[in-house]
Design a binder for this molecule. Structure first.
Ligand code: AMX
Length: 423
């Protein structure tokens, strides 16, 4: 059996050689130019990072280790974690080994419950979740080994250990945040017989007689796992990790970026938007009513949540996966119906509006409606779900960056004066 660790131990020297020869033979080749628009525009499209876990193509969307998302839509989150890190699917034994490691590491330290229980009752669930991760920093094996003195070549090993230990705890912490923040009756113990995603669903404590919530959670946690290296949360985490801060600092920091309404928090904003529509019309409005509502919103200078993307120029395959799930499992639901009609209406409206470069839905346009349908109605919680999943990609990218010895991030900024003097 090739465990995750063994697979990485075998592949990392090959990846180092690949990067080494590219640098030796083509180190000064230009892969991107930077325009003034890009310098003022969030560095959109500037190719300045290497990320092998996944790539986002404008017309296909997320591709994980060469596999388009919709081709691997049925795999478990643990399988996608293995794939992200190791560039291959685990065989049955390797998957069982990873799952048993995650169960072994799953216990959350008691002090986390003390911290979460003592946060203000109106704390945002993301602030609670990210605080819990940061508070566990003292558990870092990387930091301990670094303090003792460790070869650079070995950095990735304790990083991987920290990563698996952290990922193992996220379902219990995420479910705990839900139950504490929304005053549910106590925490629910994990069930050792369940996979990582199903266990999370079990610990949330929603009523799931036919197992559809577990199915949705496995899909949700797989789908949000990674979106290459330059998105705001991954980039933030990679920058923190590049200083040799450990994973607890890096993941918590990146997830603070995910908590912004233009990024991961858009799923909260999106459902809020859909519920406001439902309440305003007392149910699902007609296509024309919806179109008018979108125009009114745009005229007030507000964005249509769940639509547009910095890289994508097609309907997000993650949106498609959620819509397929909804069509298969959900009937007669006004909220889901509004999401379907919005998909019918918004792209044309945005095209006519003429600003958004991508008029198509992103992942956040559909996910909230499904969660709401299954009784997870507290939408300020939704970005925590996104975070549990996205931590897998962030951690995989950081482990690989440490294995490749990527140095501290330090792009160059210029002053307006310099631009005026030179252009
Ligand atoms: N509704 C209205 N206007 C939009 C829009 C939308 N959904 N998407 C983009 N625009 C506007 C921008 O605000 C910008 O206007 P400005 O020139 O007046 O500032 C203009 O179109 C050009 O923007 P862009 O280049 O197409 O997008 P971007 O790369 O700057 O931003 C994103 C991308 C996602 C932040 C933007 O599309 C947006 O705000 N969408 C709504 C929020 C959302 O769904 N976010 C989730 C993204 C996915 C994720 O990270 N979870």
């Amino acid at each position: 059996m090739a465990s995750l660790y063994n697979t990485l131990e075998e592949k990392i020297p090959v990846w180092r050689d690949d990067a080494g020869s590219l640098l030796k033979n083509n180190g000064s080749s230009v892969i991107s130019d930077v325009t003034l628009n890009q310098a003022y525009g969030g560095m959109r499209g500037v190719k300045g990072l290497v990320c092998d876990t996944s790539s986002v193509s404008p017309d296909t969307g997320l591709i994980i280790r060469g596999k388009p998302l919709l081709d691997i839509i049925d795999i478990l989150p643990e399988q996608v974690l293995f794939l992200l890190l190791a560039d291959e699917m685990p065989d049955e034994d390797a998957l069982a080994d990873l799952q048993s490691q995650l169960s072994e590491y799953a216990a959350v330290p008691d002090y986390i419950w003390t911290i979460l229980n003592s946060m203000p009752e109106d704390s945002h669930p993301m602030a609670m979740f990210n605080t819990a991760i940061l508070a566990m920093e003292k558990e870092s094996v990387f930091r301990r080994n670094y303090d003792k003195g460790m070869s650079k070549d070995d950095f990735w090993k304790p990083m991987l250990e920290d990563g698996l230990k952290l990922i193992a705890k996220l379902p219990a912490i995420g479910a705990g945040v839900y139950r504490i923040r929304f005053q549910k009756a106590g925490l629910i113990e994990p069930d050792g017989s369940l996979d990582w995603g199903s266990n999370f669903s079990h610990m949330l404590g929603l009523n799931d007689p036919d197992g559809n919530i577990k199915k949705l959670m496995r899909l949700y946690l797989m789908i949000h796992c990674d979106h290459e290296g330059g998105n705001a949360s991954a980039f933030t985490s990679l920058t923190i990790g590049s200083t040799l801060s450990d994973l607890y600092y890096a993941v918590s920091g990146g997830l603070n970026a995910l908590a912004g309404p233009l990024h991961g928090l858009a799923n909260q904003e999106c459902l809020k938007f859909v519920l406001e529509i439902r309440d305003k019309f007392g149910g699902a409005p007609s296509r024309d009513e919806l179109e008018q509502l979108c125009w009114d919103r745009l005229k007030n200078g507000r964005v249509i949540p769940g639509y547009g993307h910095a890289v994508l120029r097609c309907p997000d395959p993650r949106f498609t996966a959620f819509m397929n799930f909804g069509k298969e499992h959900i009937e007669n639901d006004d909220v889901f119906h509004i999401v379907e009609t919005l998909f019918d209406v918004v792209p044309d409206v945005l095209r006519k509006h003429g600003k958004a470069k991508n008029p198509w839905p992103n992942v956040d346009a559909a996910s909230g409606a499904l969660l709401y349908h299954y009784g997870l109605t507290e939408f300020s919680y939704y970005t925590v779900l996104f975070s549990i999943s996205r931590s897998m990609g962030i951690i995989s990218q950081i482990v690989i960056n440490r294995a490749l010895g990527i140095p501290i991030m330090r792009p160059k900024s210029v002053t307006t004066k310099w631009l005026k003097d030179n252009y």
